[in-house]
Design a protein around this ligand. Structure first.
Ligand code: ZN
Length: 328
């Protein structure tokens, strides 16, 4: 029989295995939530916060065990957050779904104050015990963008922050930034900033669906008044404020330069008259396709010339719509 001596020599080099705290809503009522999280169906969480009795929190999985709540997930470069997090499920129905496509139009269920009081007490204790960084207190939506929405835009992250749990961008700093710069970042910069804060975000230089999903998750957490996934100056000021405020605790990040996007096809050496002939031939396909073709092949000034030529010479000139070209 071996003997373990755990007092004579003790190392000082270690840290906690738990680095993240992930918050969820169950999207089910109390009975269904308990059933779902205790049945043998591969879903669990360490804690379940009741909505009926705010003083009651169920511990479903011991903290030293790995609960199955995060699924495919990533934050600050780490994947599969079940390995390194505590998961809390909060009983809340999520949202009604008359129009699931547009999350701005669904009705979200609010969290009762007493329930949030309980969440605060529980999370305060957890972040203190494991020394969890504010930027590592996150929602399921943050670590599984596009796939998950919980705990949703009504979850009061700001209240948690005021109680010492999680990160928040101070409103006065955000306003200062809005006043100071009115220029939106280019897409690659936006993607790099989101990735630097922790989001799983590829740097493509294209504002694709994945990017929109990440921006939506960021907005639901940090700028919940509008979470349409569109980048705007307030969203930018909020992220910039967070990046500055928590710079020291964020992992090292090297910005990625996206591979060059394919060049837009621009024909510029052909004589203008030849192109006008080609375009005039396509007029038979209808005015809309003609306008689209012009827009595709010419820079703004060229398009203006072609349009004015066609308007004067084409037999269909009277049916051409008025075209107002945008200012370059
Ligand atoms: Zn969840």
């Amino acid at each position: 029989m071996i003997q373990i001596d755990d007092t004579t020599h003790v190392s000082q080099s270690y840290n906690e295995r738990v680095r993240f705290l992930v918050l969820h809503y169950t999207a089910l009522d109390t009975e269904a939530s308990i059933r779902a999280l205790t049945a043998p169906n591969n879903v669990s969480a360490h804690y379940l916060v009741s909505d009926k009795n705010p003083q009651l929190i169920y511990r479903l999985v011991s903290e030293d065990k790995r609960a199955w709540h995060a699924g495919v997930s990533k934050w600050q470069g780490r994947e599969n957050l079940n390995d390194s997090s505590i998961g809390i499920e909060i009983i809340n129905l999520g949202y009604t779904n008359p129009n699931k496509q547009d999350l701005q139009k669904v009705t979200w269920y609010p969290f009762p104050d007493e329930q949030i009081d309980a969440v605060i007490e529980l999370t305060k204790d957890i972040v203190t015990r494991y020394k969890i960084d504010p930027t590592c207190v996150i929602g399921h939506a943050d670590i599984a963008t596009g796939r998950k929405k919980d705990p949703g835009p009504l979850f009061p992250w700001e209240r948690l922050y005021e109680n010492g749990v999680g990160a928040w961008a101070d409103a006065n700093k955000v306003q200062e930034k809005i006043a100071a710069h009115t220029v939106l970042d280019d897409i690659a910069t936006i993607q790099n900033k989101l990735a630097r804060y922790g989001y799983q975000q590829n740097v493509t230089g294209q504002y694709d669906e994945a990017t929109k999903g990440t921006v939506c998750a960021f907005q639901m957490h940090f700028r919940p008044s509008k979470f349409d996934g569109k980048w705007d100056i307030e969203t930018q000021a909020t992220l910039d404020t967070l990046l500055e405020k928590y710079a020291a605790s964020l992992p090292k990040y090297t910005p990625i330069i996206p591979a060059a996007a394919p060049e837009k096809k621009v024909i510029c050496n052909e004589p203008l008259t030849d192109l006008i002939d080609d375009l005039a031939a396509t007029i038979a396909n209808g005015v809309d396709s003609l306008i689209a073709a012009i827009g595709q092949f010419f820079p703004l000034e060229g398009a203006a010339n072609v349009l004015s030529h066609l308007t004067n010479s084409s037999p269909l000139a009277p049916s051409l719509p008025m075209v107002v070209l945008p200012q370059s």
